[in-house]
Design a binder for this molecule. Structure first.
Ligand code: FE2
Length: 398
């Protein structure tokens, strides 16, 4: 049975005709191509009032509620809509765009491909004014695109008061409260509790890899900086470093994607975090989705004797690449600048500074990654609908 639209098809409505083939529904697209959908899939895709909708979760039809041999008894195509009459009496209606999108190849929404960088980030780094980002959704969206592409962006002209830090960071999602509080003042001090409070150099790292779910995006708000006395920020694209390893030392890269590495943090009597995870997370297609690494939090590792040296060599090679200035974007933060970066992609560190010459004061806070990506998708629905459903790299999740 071939069904064609009651109204003549225009380019606006991509389905020209559909055909019932039993356990498949064939779809002829207006662009001349053809596709097939599983009949069982199509029944499960119904989002009528009875079946409920998957976006809100007010959903009542389950996969078990669709008979394996469900059949369509009649099909009806109008310009914008396709109606399917099922053998149990149910009627489903689907948007022509929806059917065409899924019949077009079945691979689903595109996977987003990050743009990798090394010491050359300066020319590409997105810079966004505080006033615009807090007041205009379009400017906020622009900065979120930069975060998606490069994993890092800079905000400028941010006032020094703590309210301003919270106000701008809060635009990107709810601020995560941790055992260090909501907003953390990182000031060099003699009784340093964490390495960030010393004046020593820090090898670029991701923060808090000892948590099962490390911080998503980090905000570094420069209040006072030791300009001229060191303390230069060193930023590294962990995805670029991972791809370098994949090419140059594939066996070491492979180890970091498969072998669990343990990171820890203990302040006696107060907190004791410990997490075993892969340093490099891959998705099902083999693409890098997240990085988790801080040399200062590595616990004594466990591995059979014949494998432990290989694991240490993989960690050593990663550390060498992270320390290589060719892989580092170096920037001396100025008061009023905020660096925002994806803590499961971009590694941050700094050169040593002389605490007797300048006080270095950064204020920092964290936003969960899925919160930031949710703000991105919500704004993309308004400003760039074609970008709203791309699958993002989802972080250090394994
Ligand atoms: Fe850090």
């Amino acid at each position: 049975m071939l069904v064609t639209p009651r109204h003549s098809s225009t380019n606006e409505w991509p389905v020209r005709a559909i055909r019932n083939e039993g356990d498949r529904i064939a779809v002829d697209l207006d662009n001349g191509s053809q596709g097939r959908l599983s009949t069982r899939w199509l029944r499960l895709a119904c989002e009528c009032d009875v079946c409920g909708d998957t976006a809100s979760g007010k959903r009542w039809l389950t996969p078990a509620g669709v008979p394996a041999r469900v059949q369509a008894t009649a099909l009806d195509v109008s310009a914008a809509e396709v109606s399917v009459f099922w053998d149990d009496g149910h009627v489903s209606r689907y948007g022509s765009d929806f059917l065409a999108g899924h019949a077009g190849g079945g691979s689903g929404p595109a996977r987003f491909r990050p743009q990798l960088w090394s010491s050359d980030l300066g020319g590409k780094l997105g810079r966004f004014a505080f006033d615009a980002v807090v007041e205009e959704d379009k400017a906020l969206f622009g900065s979120l695109r930069a975060l998606r592409d490069h994993g890092i962006a800079m905000l400028t002209g941010v006032p020094a008061d703590p309210e301003a830090t919270v106000r701008v960071a809060g635009r990107y999602g709810p601020i995560r409260e941790t055992s260090y509080g909501k907003v953390f003042d990182l000031i060099s001090r003699p009784d340093a509790r964490v390495a960030g409070e010393t004046a020593r150099a820090q090898i670029p790292h991701t923060d808090e890899p000892f948590r099962y779910s490390p911080p998503g995006f980090i905000f570094f708000h420069a209040i006072r900086t030791g300009a001229g006395s060191g303390g230069t920020s060193l930023m590294v694209d962990g995805f670029h470093v991972a791809e370098t390893m994949r090419t140059s030392t594939p066996e070491l890269f492979d180890l970091l994607t498969r072998h669990g590495v343990t990171f820890q943090r203990e302040h006696a009597g107060e907190v004791f975090f410990s997490a075993e995870a892969h340093v490099i997370s891959l998705d099902a297609s083999g693409a890098v989705t997240g990085i988790r690494y801080n040399d200062r939090c590595l616990a004594p590792q466990t591995a059979p004797l014949d494998r432990i040296d290989g694991l240490i060599e993989a960690l050593a090679e990663l550390t060498r690449l992270i320390r290589d200035p060719q892989n580092q974007f170096q920037h001396q933060l100025q008061p009023g600048e905020v660096l925002v970066f994806d803590n499961q992609r971009v590694m941050h560190g700094r050169s040593a500074f002389d605490p007797t010459l300048a006080v270095r004061h950064l204020r920092s806070c964290n936003i969960d990654r899925d919160g930031v990506h949710s703000v991105f998708r919500t704004l993309a629905r308004r400003f760039a609908p074609q970008e709203a459903e791309a699958v993002f790299y989802q972080g250090a999740i394994f």
